[in-house]
Design a protein around this ligand. Structure first.
Ligand SMILES: Cc1cc2nc3c(=O)[nH]c(=O)nc-3n(C[C@H](O)[C@H](O)[C@H](O)COP(=O)(O)OP(=O)(O)OC[C@H]3O[C@@H](n4cnc5c(N)ncnc54)[C@H](O)[C@@H]3O)c2cc1C
Length: 458
């Protein structure tokens, strides 16, 4: 479409939206067409400058349906965006068109013991605040708890604080139900339950707009924070494995870092002695004694502590001397490092449960100068292991892919965070159910075009 035709079409689209809020000024188009893809130098070069033609802000499901109908009628691409914290350009519109910002779809629909249902744009921190009076909480949340939404977690996320106890989004039972709007001239609403939720889970919004999410909840705990130093990464990793394996100790975060990582993060540098490895732990307050005992057993020293009340205030109100400690774990570690050194990048590694610690030793021996590990301990399909989002000293694209190949060949699974393609290997693979569901939910191939190989905008 040339520029005049595009302008004419977009004017007609705006009129057809019939009162739904939208924006097309340059600043909003730029802001809402981006996510955190710039963590990757490769994605940065591929995605910088990709822009939507229009940002649409539905206030409720009826407006979502109307926007979907307009996109279908005009055959223009439509890309859903929520918190905009994705790391792989998931919500970057590769072919322009509409970016549908669903962040106003924020509300609790119901809560009962063990489960809750929320509008998809509800932010995770706000959900946890609202659950407090019910004595319940989210089972797990990404370190972007403050900005990320429940719909974005289902469509683009994986795990986070709480995963050490409750597993990942892909564990059966992590999502109970999803309400999805199709992109057709007359959009339909489809409720997916049981294993059918996998059809749209982690599908980057290529096959339906999620408007409601039903999830299981956990009984809430008073989570105190501790930061612990260890003389070596090996000792810290053994501690992480031990703590995560002990079912009788309630914990929300077990994040273990190479001794070179705290030095690169301003606030942590003052807490951890130079060169010591570090563990960030969120522990149920009545069980601090057991944590202290385990720390001693593994030769660690507690360097920082905050009560559950103070930790919650840091998370809910932003008070205190330190951000909530989960904001130094998972992919926040990369964010802190990038602030100090924009030349680094990262990878996403998955370790087989029976060999995880042995493979950590191998990585340290083989790639010491290039890779700085932090291990995010977790239960994965019932077994204790960790993933890692290591800081990687970046030189060239060729070298990065040599590293990825070497890790894959050694049984360390790499989910490539330097590709925006959904069908690339690892955590980002879509199953056939998703592709079939796309035919039904997006028959014109308009949703987030370019992210799924073999589909294109029409
Ligand atoms: C510093 C940092 C730390 C991070 N830490 C973690 C972590 O600990 N664990 C983790 O899993 N991830 C992490 N992430 C990635 C990201 O924060 C999570 O995946 C988050 O859940 C995404 O939610 P969002 O609302 O921001 O989604 P967005 O980024 O807005 O969207 C993500 C994808 O989902 C689609 N989508 C969003 N909402 C809908 C909807 N309602 N219907 C259909 N499709 C939809 C979008 O089109 C896009 O493809 C991190 C990112 C950063 C920048």
């Amino acid at each position: 479409m040339d520029r005049t035709d595009l302008a004419t079409t977009m004017n007609a689209v705006k009129a057809a939206l019939g009162g739904i809020a939208f924006a097309d000024d340059a600043a909003t188009l730029r802001l809402k067409s981006r996510d955190f893809y710039w963590f990757s130098p490769i994605l940065k070069s591929e995605l910088d400058g990709k822009l939507a033609d229009l940002i649409v802000f539905p206030r409720d499901e009826r407006e979502v349906m109307r926007a979907a109908s307009v996109a279908a009628a005009f055959r223009i691409p439509i890309t859903v965006r929520a918190g905009g914290t994705g790391n792989y350009g998931q919500s970057v519109p590769l072919h322009g068109g509409i970016v549908l910002d669903v962040s106003a779809l924020e509300a609790t629909i119901w809560v009962k013991p063990g489960a809750g249902r929320f509008r998809a744009g509800s932010r995770l921190l706000e959900i946890d605040k609202s659950l407090k009076p019910f004595g319940q909480e989210l089972r797990f949340f990404p370190s972007t708890r403050k900005q990320a939404t429940i719909g974005g977690l289902v469509a683009g996320g994986a795990a986070g604080a709480g995963t050490c106890t409750w597993g990942q989004i892909s564990d059966l039972g992590a999502v109970l139900g999803l309400r999805v709007v199709t992109v057709e001239e007359t959009p339909r609403i489809i409720e997916l339950r049981g294993s059918d939720v996998y059809k749209v889970m982690h599908a980057y919004g290529v096959n339906g707009i999620i408007t409601e999410v039903e999830i299981p909840l956990a009984p809430s705990h008073d989570w105190a924070e501790r930061i612990i130093s260890f003389p070596t990464l090996k000792a810290a990793a053994a501690f992480g494995q031990d703590l995560t394996s002990r079912d009788a100790i309630a914990k929300k975060l077990v994040s273990v870092h190479d001794g070179r990582i705290p030095v690169g993060i301003k606030r942590l540098k003052a807490i951890i002695p130079d060169g010591d490895a570090m563990a960030l732990v969120m522990i149920s307050e009545p069980q601090i004694e057991q944590l202290e005992e385990l720390t001693r057993m593994h030769g660690g020293t507690i360097r920082y502590g905050r009560s559950a009340t103070e930790a919650e205030r840091a998370a809910f109100e932003g008070t205190g001397d330190l951000a909530p400690i989960y904001e130094y774990s998972w992919n926040h570690t990369t964010l802190h490092w990038l602030r100090a050194d924009p030349t680094i990048t990262y990878l996403q590694l998955r370790f087989p449960p029976d060999r995880n610690l042995e493979l950590v030793d191998w990585i340290v021996e083989t790639f010491y100068d290039e890779v700085l590990l932090h291990l995010e301990f977790q239960r994965r399909f019932g077994q204790v292991t960790h993933s890692a989002l290591p800081i990687v000293r970046y030189s060239t694209r060729e070298r990065l892919y040599e590293l990825i190949d070497a890790l894959n060949a050694h049984d360390v699974g790499v989910a490539d965070p330097h590709s925006y393609l959904l069908n690339d290997a690892g955590w980002k693979r879509v199953d056939s159910g998703s592709a079939e569901f796309k035919l039904l939910a997006d028959p014109h191939g308009l949703m987030n075009p370019g992210k799924l190989k073999n589909w294109s905008a029409q």
